[in-house]
Every structure is written in C-alpha cells, then in structure tokens.
Design a binder for this molecule. Structure first.
Ligand code: NCD
Ligand code: ZN
Length: 345
C-alpha cells in the first residue's frame, strides 16, 4: 500500500465560495489544494449577468491569500428572464465557463431558477451554438416525487429529452448520486460530463440517519444507498473518462445546520483531496485519482492541465470541530472521524 500519493495539481469543477466574510473564510481552503475551481453562482441575489460574474470574480481574487495561485472559473445563473443575447455576450467574453441550471426550488438559493426547461430553450439553443456548457442540478422539484427518486426522474423526464433535442449542447450533470445517473452518463455521448463529490463517494443515507440524525451529512441531492455509492466509486475510478472531481463543498454556518430546519450542504473544502484519496484507496484505485482530479475535467472543458504537483501522505489527522466563518462558525464534514490522508502541498 503506497503511503504517499503525488498527482498533477487538481481542479474542483463544482464549488460554493459564497461572498463577503464567508468567502474570505472558505477560499483559502480551496486555494491551498486546487489550481482552479468552477464557482457556483447561487449567491443571493444570484450571479445572472456577465457584469455580476466579473464583479464576483474580482471579489474572489481580492479575498485570495497573498501569493496564492488560484483561478476562479466563473458561471452564470440561468433564469427564465435571461436574454439569449446576454449568453452570446458571455460566451464571446471568455469570462465564464458555463451557465448553471437550477430547477426552481431544488436547493439553496434556487428560487430564481427555471420552472420549465421548455421556458429556456432559446437560451439553451444559443449556448449550444456558442459552445457554452450548461451545468445542471439534476433533480425534479415535483412535490409528488420522493426526494430519493428526484435525480433519476429528472434524467428520464428532463435531461434525456433535452440531450436528444439539442445534441450539440455540452452539459455537465453536477454531483451525481445514483447508479441510475452513472448508467445515464455512460449511455450518453461526449456532449455529457459529470461531477462526483467526495461525500457521495464516502457516505450513504445510513451515515446521515442510522442511530441519530447527522445534519452535516444533509446535502442535495441527498446521499443515497450503498449500491449507488458503489456505482459512483466504480465510475470515478475508471481512469480517463467523462467523470471528474467536483466537491460541491457548500458551507453553511453551524447554527444554520444544527437547528430545526437545517440547510442542505456539506463543507468539505478543508480536506477535499484527502477525502477523495480515502475513497479511491478504499477501491484500490489511488493510481487513478490523477485522471479524475487533474485530467478528465480539463479535457472535457477544453482547458490546459495545470503545471505542478501536489502530494498527500497516508497519515491520520482530525480537523478542528469548527473553523471561523465570518461572525459564526463552520463545522467541517467528517469532524466526527479522523481523516486518513493528509495534504502536504
Ligand atoms: C448547495 C448550497 O448550499 O449552495 N447545497 C447542497 O446541498 N449541495 C447547493 C447545491 O449545489 O445544491
Ligand atoms: Zn452545488
């Protein structure tokens, strides 16, 4: 069993950085490990226009620790009112790598999202023509659909027909959680990529609900069954593929998680690579983490791979029970169990 793991400097293809004091608190964790991250636009109000994305990018760059070599890759939040011309302008600017589709009501700050995909077809058509990728939160919000089935139903009802209708639209199915999603991505062509979080590779709904309710395991899409986790591990550890690393690290202050109506989101940026290494180690695939973390994403997005390398050691450590988070505190995921790998830079 190797005790050290070196890989090309990786990227995080799905990340929540928030804004203001929260941004300042979480950004150093990601900038330490990753060269680039695709920054989600679900601020309040959301990042809708190119000018919003440029301003948010400037705030992120201003919040970077001195000397940090980190590039935020910006996204726009798709609304039914987004003018198609604004997306052409965004694509031509080169300042955004994708446009995020949140089904309205699916998750944190998704109220301005899309109620019906048919209502944004003109926008999706110009994105297909401009080669601007659509990043999808793949869950239906139909109250009649059980929360554990919302991803599978979205693939069948919404994403399948959309990919057929717009075969040149490039799409990333974000944070996949089910064996059904792996089958769907496998069956699709090169137009479709998918991100997988560390927490969905390491945990199931049992971790969240057996014996006690553990709110830091509550994220969207929710953790699924053991057989889903196995399918995700198999897909992530395949080597060169259309699956790539996206932490979906989603910080919420501890009082917004440990309360009667807690927010969805797990904060994993403090130990992102360590968590992925643990998952790949479990299936004897440490040698394939470099594809998943450092090569598959740039290849799908048509961006260069990063220079430089990072190293992890097989060494137990425990994160603190909480990190500072503006005026509040942030409970890191896996504060309850030691981590098995340590990032050394
Ligand atoms: C994310 C957040 O908090 O912004 N929460 C989550 O559970 N993943 C939103 C999202 O990506 O769904
Ligand atoms: Zn997310």
């Amino acid at each position: 069993m190797p005790d050290a793991l070196t890989l090309p400097r990786p990227d995080d293809w799905h990340l929540h950085l928030r804004d203001g004091a929260a941004l300042a608190a979480v950004l150093p964790h990601t900038a330490r490990q990753f060269a680039r991250a695709v920054v989600m636009p679900n601020l309040s109000p959301p990042v809708v226009r190119l000018a919003d994305a440029r301003a948010y990018q400037a705030r992120i760059e201003a919040a970077l620790p001195p000397g940090a070599a980190f590039q935020p890759l910006m996204t726009l939040y798709l609304t039914e009112a987004t003018p198609p011309e604004a997306l052409i302008e965004a694509a031509e600017s080169g300042a955004v790598v994708g446009v995020k589709l949140y089904p309205a009501g699916a998750t944190t700050n998704s109220d301005s999202g899309v109620r019906e995909v048919s209502a944004v077809l003109p926008q999706l058509e110009v994105m297909a023509a401009a080669g601007l990728p659509l990043l999808v939160h793949g869950e239906v919000t139909d109250p009649a659909v059980d929360i554990f089935d919302r991803e599978a139903v979205f693939l069948e009802r919404t994403l399948g027909p959309l990919l057929e209708r717009l075969p040149t639209l490039r799409v990333v199915l974000e944070h996949i959680t089910t064996a059904a999603a792996v089958r769907f991505v496998d069956a699709a062509g090169p137009q479709l990529g998918a991100t997988i979080t560390a927490h969905h590779l390491l945990a199931t709904r049992n971790d969240m609900l057996v014996g006690a309710i553990r709110p830091h395991y509550f994220c969207l899409p929710v953790l699924k069954r053991a057989r889903d986790r196995e399918a995700l591990l198999e897909a992530a550890a395949r080597g060169p593929s259309r699956y790539f690393l996206g932490t979906d690290s989603a910080p919420h202050a501890v009082d917004k998680k440990e309360c009667p109506a807690g927010c969805a989101g797990s904060f994993t940026a403090h130990a992102a690579l360590e968590l992925y290494a643990e998952a790949f180690d479990e299936v004897g695939a440490l040698d394939r983490l470099a594809d998943f973390a450092s090569r598959n994403g740039p290849r799908w997005y048509g961006l260069p791979e990063n220079d430089g390398e990072v190293t992890l050691l097989r060494e137990e450590w425990a994160p603190p029970a909480a990190y500072p988070f503006g005026a509040g505190a942030l409970r890191p995921w896996r504060h309850d169990k030691p981590l098995r790998w340590r990032f050394v830079g």
